[in-house]
Design a protein around this ligand. Structure first.
Ligand SMILES: Nc1nc2c(ncn2[C@@H]2O[C@H](COP(=O)(O)OP(=O)(O)OP(=O)(O)O)[C@@H](O)[C@H]2O)c(=O)[nH]1
Ligand SMILES: [Mg+2]
Length: 446
């Protein structure tokens, strides 16, 4: 990969006031800038007390300087850290001084991007740093640290190796056309295929848990006015967040509440009742409800059990988003609480009394595929899960092609595509625009 020739600088600590503030400089000019600002280059990795000066020799601050010679640094380039006093003016004076001496202000995520480009981290690990910093629970922080330490990347790389071995095996067989080969009668091949399929399943389910651990699981509550959506949200969260009245059309905004179901972080989203001929405010509420549905991990469709079952689902729900019917107000209708069968899952409950609520909680946990992975847990992002699904799809397409057409060539090609999809997770095959998007979400100084 191309070497970065310019030298970047940015505060590494958050903006604002603190006891200590750190400015980080990385690149080919870091040593020269350090000599100019400190008088001499500190010994590698030894905290050295110094006065920080600008190019005119004016003292700006005093503190500790650290020098990490390339390649043994976070970015892989030579890095200087100036630990000064944590005031916004002091920090900007130090950054300006480095810029006067030839550095430029770093773009968001640029230190991490350089670490990635210099093979210090793969993409999953770079993302894990951001996830560790942003983690909302102690559990998520531990899982992000495991991703940073390579738990997720290792699992992806193992799967890539498994696919490579399989592809080599298939290609070797194709290369000897004089020997009549019957792929389907080849026990070794069948064995390898099913072992790859099992690896895909296992990694996908772990990554899905990791994704939910990072983002939380979005459950959107929709239904006709007065069905009891807000009552259900209040009951599940134990808070009186939403106004409940017997007037149809009470809720107009989208309301959110975070709850915890045995370690699963769930974001409940209460929405405006969906009906025809709404007033203008409600109309906007309904538009927002539909938008929330589009981002849902699961949809709860609330119905009033005392009323006839509405015919079908009138609302478009995005593909693949599970919809559960919730029959509410069974204290009035006399239905039994819990899950009942049918085309799609139906949970019968009463938001007012709490009957049937435990069945719903368990159902949501099952939908999320959430389980306690203990020490095996790592964080993952939506893009990782999508890439894994794509890779699995290619793999399965190859398997089908083999069975249907006995075509080893098709299998080999699909295996190659599957590997490529996996490569986007760790960054081996990631297009530049995706890289740009990922790192630009980081803060300046990361
Ligand atoms: N008996 C009984 N009444 C309920 C139950 N759940 C909700 N209600 C009542 O039904 C009415 C409507 O409840 P809400 O929670 O406001 O309904 P909603 O679906 O949020 O309604 P909108 O915001 O208008 O769309 C209120 O009078 C509630 O007290 C229940 O389980 N049993
Ligand atoms: Mg409501």
């Amino acid at each position: 990969m191309a070497a970065n020739t310019d030298t970047i600088v940015a505060p590494a600590t958050p903006p604002g006031v603190g006891g200590v503030g750190v400015v980080r400089i990385s690149g080919d000019d870091a040593e020269r800038i350090a000599r100019a600002m400190l008088g001499s280059l500190p010994e590698p990795r030894v905290a050295t007390y110094a006065t920080f000066v600008n190019s005119r020799g004016e003292a700006l601050d005093q503190g500790l300087a650290l020098y990490f010679p390339s390649p043994a640094s976070f970015t892989g380039e030579s890095v200087i850290e100036l630990h000064g006093h944590g005031g916004p003016i002091v920090m900007s004076l130090l950054v300006d001084a480095a810029i006067e001496l030839g550095a430029r202000l770093a773009e968001p995520g640029e230190f991490s991007k350089r670490a990635f480009l210099n093979d210090k981290l793969d993409l999953v690990q770079a993302e894990a740093i951001a996830d560790l910093i942003d983690s909302g629970t102690a559990q998520a922080a531990r899982a992000a640290l495991r991703s940073l330490n390579g738990a997720f990347s290792d699992a992806v790389n193992e799967l890539v190796e498994q696919l490579t071995a399989l592809r080599m095996y298939v290609e070797a067989a194709i290369d000897f056309p004089e020997e009549e080969i019957d792929f389907l009668a080849d026990d070794e091949l069948v064995e390898r295929l099913s072992s790859c399929a099992a690896s895909f399943e296992s990694l996908l389910s772990k990554a899905a848990v990791g994704r939910v651990m990072r983002d939380g699981y979005q459950v959107v509550i929709v239904g006709r006015p007065n069905a009891g959506k807000s009552s259900l949200m209040n009951r599940l969260s134990g808070e009186e967040t939403a106004i409940v009245t017997e007037i149809a059309g009470t809720t107009r905004d989208v309301l959110r509440e975070r709850i915890n179901i045995d370690g699963l972080a769930v974001e409940l989203v209460d929405t405006a009742g969906l009906r025809d001929n709404p007033d203008r405010i409600e109309e906007e509420g309904i538009r927002r409800a539909r938008k929330a549905m589009a981002a849902a991990d699961a949809v709860l469709w609330i119905q009033d059990a005392t009323e006839p079952v509405p015919e079908g689902i009138e609302e478009p729900v995005p593909d693949g988003v599970p919809v559960t019917i919730v029959r509410n107000k069974i204290d009035l209708s006399g239905d039994t609480p819990g899950i009942v069968g049918g085309d799609r899952p139906v949970v019968q409950l009463a938001a007012k009394t709490g009957e049937g609520l435990d069945a719903l909680r368990k159902h949501i946990r099952d939908l999320a595929g959430f389980r306690d992975l203990g020490e095996g847990a790592f964080t993952a992002r939506r893009r990782h899960v999508e890439a894994l699904r794509e890779a699995q799809k290619r793999f399965e397409a190859g398997r089908t092609a083999l069975q249907a057409a006995r075509a080893g060539e098709l299998l080999a090609e699909e295996l190659r595509l599957s590997q490529q999809a996996l490569g986007t997770i760790t960054g081996e095959f990631t297009p530049d625009d995706l890289l740009g998007r990922i790192f630009s979400e980081f803060c300046i100084g990361k």
